[in-house]
Design a protein around this ligand. Sequence first.
Ligand SMILES: [Zn+2]
Length: 362
Amino acid sequence: MSRAYGGPGKYIQRRGEIDRLAAHVAPLGTKALVLVDKVVFDALKPRIEKGLDGEIEARFERFNGECSWAEIKRVTAIASDAVVVAVGGGKTIDTAKVTAMNTGARIVVVPTIASTDAPCSAVAVVYDEHGVFVESLRLTRNPDVVAVDPEVVVAAPARFLVAGIGDALSTWFEARSNLESRTDNYVAGGFPATQAGIAIAEKCHEVLMRDGLKAKAAVEEGLCTTAVENIIEANTLLSGLGFENCGCSAAHGIHDALTQLDETHGFLHGEKVAFGVLCLLMLEDRDPDEIEAMIHFCRAMGLPTTLADLKIVEDVEAKIERVATAALKNPDDIIYATPVALSVPLLRDSILALDAFSRALD
Ligand SMILES: [Zn+2]
């Protein structure tokens, strides 16, 4: 009968919020370390500086591009006791979250793209310098504030928002895996999901199906509509709360293992997760109408639905055997939340069968 729910202290989404960060940082401290993704550093630093001016003593630092242990150590060494402000994508945010845990500091997250569900959660994913998955950390605190400026998100290439939809697509399907396998969530050491958490995961899916295509069309023109605002909230808040409060399963497990293959390094997290979702549905032997509908949705969004879409074209069977072996290597891995008796042959064949099923729909 136990259950637990966790999330960030506050979530704010408003046009122009990047210029008003002092309102969120000042209540937490007088000094800030602002870790900014190098892609947006030059464009956003003057605006953030101006917004914090007079109220906060800010030090700006460029994020080096990978959430690795080396980068976390480097940023921790310069953070002292300042409020950590993360401005960028999932890897910048995860580095800042771990830094704030190391120093005991408060944390403000300012996502500049809506490409992952990293901003709201207390989970951080560490990679090596080459982008290969190393480990997933469950931190003791969620960010204090998550502040999203939709105008900044819309100014980024549409591919990021689409990848975020791919990541958010996993939320309900992986929640369903966890409910069926009765696996604990990621809150406070692990508890069954609350009704609130389950409702959020369901709502996330509903918003994607309703507003995904409209939002894609709008952001490709640099437009910020209600559908775009709804998708930003789904990708960032609903997906973040959904996965943390209900749990991940094979969509993310397959994603993590796909990072073993060099071919996939050019793809974004959410793009690989979307393919992982389709594989999860095949692995769980779901209704073919559901699998087909999700393949069509991913194709309409421009998300990968075959191994060839992920540039995996040579020695395919051997490579997928490697992926399946890597995915199942650690008995504590999230993939074991899938309500299926997992084995390397079953996982390998399910991935290959999903690929064949998808190709047959052409
Ligand atoms: Zn994800």
